[in-house]
Design a protein around this ligand. Structure first.
Ligand code: ADP
Ligand code: DP6
Length: 353
């Protein structure tokens, strides 16, 4: 079965009721099975390595962008509260980029709503900037196709480049030192995966929904600058990617899980070796990791991955996800557990919706 086709376009569709200068988009988080960790260009958000992810069918972000001809500055609210400081600066800098491309001086009113905890290692920046890129691209009339949207979303948050697409997606780092425009070479695209045969689910164990003390951005910057383990991990991650693509092609869930788990643990090792160390994994994380090991010993295909936070996503078969969720629920006690499958790409909502 082919991967889901990209559904995003910033060109308002005739007959949908999308009004010029006013667009609403929805996008879902994605979880990387081969991680992005480390930029070679902070300004353009160009990574050192390729990464590969699954977009989820849970935790959507919905973002409305409305141009306001009378406004002297952007207004940005997240879950109904005005954004301030660095989160606001990231959104306004992103809108500046869109305005520059559109040749428009107009400020915007941005109303964004996450259903995923923000800043907890559950990829809110991915769904957030994929939704913002899709809505802002339409409101400012950029007319981008899905590849162009992926490049644009990347500038807001690297992982957002993958949430433009549904199902499985690969984000190409692009070729360093090959000349040409480096921005053009770094975008995500769908990976064809036999989803029915693979039957994948991610059981999301939320052990702590609170925001992280160190942002992903700062943590990866510090890791690249100071961790002696960074370069070896980046090199092995490229080999992981090749193995991952082959495992996905033959719908070998155990191989997919094995590569995903080692790639994630390796990424965390790079941060633990940074100076000063960044440690996102908590005692509760390790309790879930023990439960995953127990499941494997009992013959269940279950493999863990963690991002920049203590929460764990357990890759397993959809047909076994209820059993896995039951075991994980016992382990997290007080946390929450969600079952996610492959979800859709970013899309514009009808104005009337
Ligand atoms: P996470 O693990 O949630 O992705 P990050 O540290 O990578 O955590 O990113 C969190 C940051 O992403 C927030 O502080 C904010 O700057 C940005 N962000 C999250 N959600 C949104 C949104 N809906 N719209 C715009 N920016 C968002
Ligand atoms: C651990 O995409 O949030 O989730 O580009 O600085 O916004 P910025 O970083 P971000 O980093 C995500 C890192 C990760 C791994 C991944 O999603 O590939």
């Amino acid at each position: 079965m082919a991967a889901e086709q990209p559904t995003a376009t910033t060109r308002p569709r005739p007959g949908t009721g999308s009004a010029a200068g006013d667009a609403t988009a929805v996008a879902h988080p994605n979880i990387a099975l081969v991680k992005y960790w480390g930029k070679r260009d902070e300004q353009l958000v160009l990574p050192w390595t390729d990464s590969l992810s699954m977009t989820l069918d849970v935790f959507p972000t919905t973002t409305r962008v409305r141009l306001d001809p009378g406004a002297g500055e952007d207004t940005v609210t997240l879950d109904g509260t005005p954004l301030e400081g660095e989160p606001r600066r990231r959104v306004t800098a992103f809108l500046d980029l869109v305005r520059e491309r559109a040749g428009s001086p107009l400020r915007a009113v941005v109303d964004t709503r996450n259903t995923v905890p923000t800043g907890a290692g559950l990829a809110s920046s991915a769904s957030g900037f994929a939704a913002l890129a899709t809505a802002a691209g339409a409101a400012y009339g950029l007319g981008l196709d899905a590849t162009g949207l992926s490049r644009l979303a990347r500038r807001g948050s690297g992982s957002a480049s993958r949430s433009v697409f549904g199902g499985f997606a690969i984000w190409h780092a692009g070729q360093p030192d090959r000349g040409g425009d480096p921005d053009l070479g770094s975008y995500a695209e769908p990976v064809p995966v036999p989803v029915a045969a693979l039957d994948p689910a991610l059981v999301v164990a939320v052990v702590d929904a609170g925001p992280k003390a160190v942002s992903s951005r700062e943590a990866m910057r510090r890791t690249v600058a100071t961790s002696p383990l960074y370069r070896p991990w980046a090199a092995s991650s490229q080999a992981d990617l090749t193995e991952m693509q082959e495992a996905l092609r033959r719908a070998d869930l155990d191989a997919v899980g094995e590569v995903a788990e080692r790639n994630a643990l390796g990424m965390h090792a790079t941060m633990l070796a940074a100076r000063p160390a960044v440690r996102y994994l908590s005692a509760a994380t390790v309790t879930v990791l023990d439960a995953v090991l127990e499941l494997r010993r009992a013959g269940v295909s279950a493999w863990a991955t963690m991002d920049a936070g203590p929460n764990v996503k357990v890759l397993c078969r959809r047909s076994e996800a209820d059993r896995v969720a039951g075991v994980v629920r016992e382990a997290v006690r007080g946390g929450s557990v969600h079952i996610a499958g492959p979800g859709p790409g970013a899309r514009l909502l009808d104005a009337a919706a």
